[in-house]
Design a protein around this ligand. Structure first.
Ligand code: GAL
Length: 410
């Protein structure tokens, strides 16, 4: 009887909460792969449990497709309740234009400055001392994902670094396996290039070139190595004919390809396919050369709206996203690391543990978006894409153009 009464009381309380503040909140994001959808469902579940309703605004394609749509809705007077952007400066102009909600009071009340690590994540949300976003994860791009059984079948040991992987390419090709899976969307090319840059030139050189705009280094031998390795990667990926990053991951999972350079969100796909880290697949942070992680990832922004109920629901969602329970549930599915250091991560798999170790050592670098203006980043990205798609463009020519972009960059 007591149990029934408790259940009834709980149900009544939930209904009351639902009736009092049930607000539909549209949340836009570009998380549409199997692993991403599983992760975003954790946010929806946690938000719905507050009595509000998560209205899913997934935009298929990629961040590059989604961001212009999100921005034009906000500037065009049709804002969503909340929206994803990457850590960094992607939303800077919207914040400067006064279109984004100031979350400073919530951040203070919830003690974000204490719990969010590394502090650069909250810095990226801050403009003129005010906080405009909630960082929800740490994603790192610097990973090589390898299918172990493909190497076993080809009679090659599973590589432990980029050079061994590149050296294995001819044998893999002989065995009918695409050495490097790569989706054709431009951001994937750019990502691979940046990963090669950090791994092969080293994190200091990368930060000096992108952050300090050091043209001497940009034209020097460290970066020459990077452009040469990118030419090798271009050749290794010549028979990879998919568009989406998760289709490329799927080539690796199914053994059509041997490896993929991709962010740790690829892990969500391996998990959905019941693959076990360390057994079925190998992950090499920093391509096994320079073990660093880039503290990129995702943050949610809340456009200003003239509606008290939505404003209140926005505040609830901001808190929910950073709660310890949601941080664990979401990040385990997403393949990313939580932004709080005070959560229980016993369930972390091998690859996530590697990431956490690197983070604990402080071997972290910032994303190009954090180091450079959006315009300069897009010029660099365009060059990388052109190089990757133009087999007869030499590494030397590409490096010369890279130097002139860095000269003008801000
Ligand atoms: C990134 C985002 C990740 C992941 C990836 C592929 O921009 O930070 O969370 O979703 O895109 O969709």
């Amino acid at each position: 009887m007591k149990a029934i009464r408790t259940v009834l009381a709980a149900t009544t309380a939930l209904c009351a909460a639902t009736a009092a503040n049930a607000t539909d909140l549209e949340v836009t994001h570009w998380w549409t792969s199997g692993g991403e959808a599983a992760a975003v469902a954790e946010f929806a579940k946690a938000f719905d449990a507050t009595g509000n309703k998560w209205v899913d605004g997934a935009i298929a394609g990629s961040g590059g497709t989604a961001r212009p749509i999100m921005i034009s809705r906000i500037t065009g007077g049709d804002p969503m309740g909340a929206t994803q952007f990457n850590h960094g400066r992607q939303a800077e102009e919207l914040v400067e234009a006064g279109l984004m909600r100031d979350l400073t009071d919530i951040a203070k009340a919830e003690n974000w400055a204490e719990v969010v690590r590394p502090s650069s994540l909250l810095d990226s949300c801050t403009l003129d001392g005010r906080i405009y976003c909630v960082p929800v994860n740490i994603h790192s791009q610097q990973w090589l994902w390898l299918n172990n059984s493909v190497f076993e079948k080809a009679g090659i040991p599973v590589p432990s670094n980029w050079d061994e992987f590149a050296a294995a390419a001819p044998k893999l090709e002989e065995a009918g396996i695409v050495p490097l899976a790569m989706g054709q969307q431009p951001w994937q090319t750019t990502l691979a290039f940046q990963v090669l840059m950090v791994a092969l030139a080293g994190p200091d050189a990368y930060t000096k070139v992108f952050g300090d705009k050091d043209t001497g280094l940009a034209g020097g031998p460290e970066i020459t190595k990077v452009f040469q390795a990118a030419a090798t990667a271009r050749d290794m990926a010549k028979n990879s004919n998919v568009q989406n990053w998760n289709d490329a991951t799927n080539m690796v999972i199914t053994g059509k390809a041997a490896g993929q350079i991709m962010g740790d969100w690829a892990q969500g796909e391996f998990q959905v396919a019941n693959q076990v880290a360390g057994k079925d697949y190998t992950c090499l942070p920093g391509l096994g050369v320079n073990e660093v992680i880039m503290t990129g990832g995702d943050a949610f922004y809340f456009p200003k709206v003239d509606d008290a109920a939505i404003t209140e629901a926005q505040g609830v969602l901001a808190k929910v996203m950073l709660s310890p329970e949601t941080q664990v549930a979401f990040n385990l599915k997403k393949g990313s690391l939580p932004v709080r250091g005070d959560v229980d991560l016993n369930a972390a798999n091998d690859c996530m543990k590697k990431g956490l170790d690197i983070l604990a050592k402080g071997s972290i670098i910032q994303t190009p978006d954090q180091l450079m203006s959006a315009d300069s980043v897009s010029l660099v990205n365009d060059l990388f894409v052109e190089f990757f798609n133009t087999p007869d463009m030499s590494a030397e020519d590409a490096q010369a153009r890279f130097v002139s972009i860095i000269e003008e960059a801000d």
